[in-house]
Design a binder for this molecule. Structure first.
Ligand code: GLU
Length: 299
């Protein structure tokens, strides 16, 4: 789906569960460059909806890392913790419309495949207490073209199943919050790591069920290795706060299929990158990456 009438809005949406590493720099930089190369806006959203996993101080450190790398967001940073009423309202709406349902299953009730068989879809079995809310995905299929990974198709029956939109601890699920906020922030282009490709089918289905426009998606090669071989110890495992911005950005651009000439300053490198950026040059998988992107479960 293209958006001729909608101005380009991109975003970077880190979870404050630790420091930014090379993989997050790749996602931040690519989403920033794609927005700038289109003359669009680049928004930053801190996805702090999961207090049990939050690392104190990490949101501040992420924002200061972005500044240090010259990645300046347009407008205010959105914190998802301020948006719980919106997630709650959408969940209630889906329940009221019969598009979502209360599930009383515990982890032990879910098969090893992780695919929920729809046990509580027609109502809670006797003796079960409501725990999580799931989207009814019965019969659904989705198909879209990813700007880097190509055609993506998924069917929910037997492949993904009814997924959680409100967790058993009553926190909103990532899948719901991301869809509600991509819409709220008028995001037209999502550029992020291919480890989230597995989640995109769920998000595209939620957009359809909620009658929201689907953004364009571009899933970046996973940053297993910024240097083309095995994961670079220095770039791969150190927080980016400890890396030299020019070195780290040069490695990130190489990973993204845009090897730059040598620059002395981050701002000169960034200006070169904005001018030369083309999504068509970003490889679907990294040279050192075996097979397809490993999906990350976001239940
Ligand atoms: N907050 C998610 C993460 O840090 C990314 C969400 C997204 O880009 O959609 O993994």
């Amino acid at each position: 789906m293209s958006h001729p009438a909608r101005p380009y809005v991109g975003r970077f949406a880190p979870s404050p569960t630790g420091d930014l590493h090379f993989g997050s720099l790749v996602a931040a930089l690519a989403s920033y460059l794609d927005a700038r190369a289109h003359g669009g806006l680049w928004r930053v959203r801190v996805e702090n909806i999961d207090p049990p996993r939050e690392v104190p101080g990490s949101a501040e450190r992420i924002l200061s890392d972005l500044r240090r790398f010259g990645l300046k967001p347009d407008g205010e940073v959105l914190f998802q913790a301020s948006r719980t009423a919106a997630y709650e309202q959408v969940t209630r709406q889906l329940l009221a419309e019969g598009k979502a349902y209360w599930c009383g299953c515990t982890r032990a009730d879910i098969p090893a495949s992780g695919i929920y068989p729809g046990t509580c879809r027609e109502g809670l079995p006797p003796g079960r207490e409501p725990r999580a809310v799931r989207l009814n995905t019965s019969g659904a299929t989705i198909a879209f073209d990813d700007a880097i990974q190509g055609p993506v198709e998924a069917r929910f029956d037997g492949e993904i199943g009814d997924f959680v939109i409100r967790r058993a601890d009553q926190l909103p699920a990532y899948q719901l919050a991301v869809v509600v906020d991509d819409h709220f922030q008028q995001v037209t282009h999502v550029v992020r790591g291919a480890d989230l490709l597995d989640s995109t089918a769920r998000q595209v289905l939620l957009q359809r069920v909620l009658g929201l426009e689907r953004p364009e998606y571009a899933h970046l090669p996973i940053a297993l290795d910024p240097n083309g071989e095995k994961l670079s110890k220095r770039m791969g495992s150190d927080p980016i706060s400890t890396l030299d911005p020019v070195d780290a950005m040069t490695a990130a651009l190489r990973h993204l299929g845009h090897p730059p000439p040598a620059f002395a300053t981050g701002s000169a490198l960034m200006a070169w990158a904005v001018e030369h950026w083309a999504l068509s040059r970003v490889p679907a998988t990294h040279a050192g990456q075996a097979g397809a992107a490993a999906p990350r479960s976001r239940l």
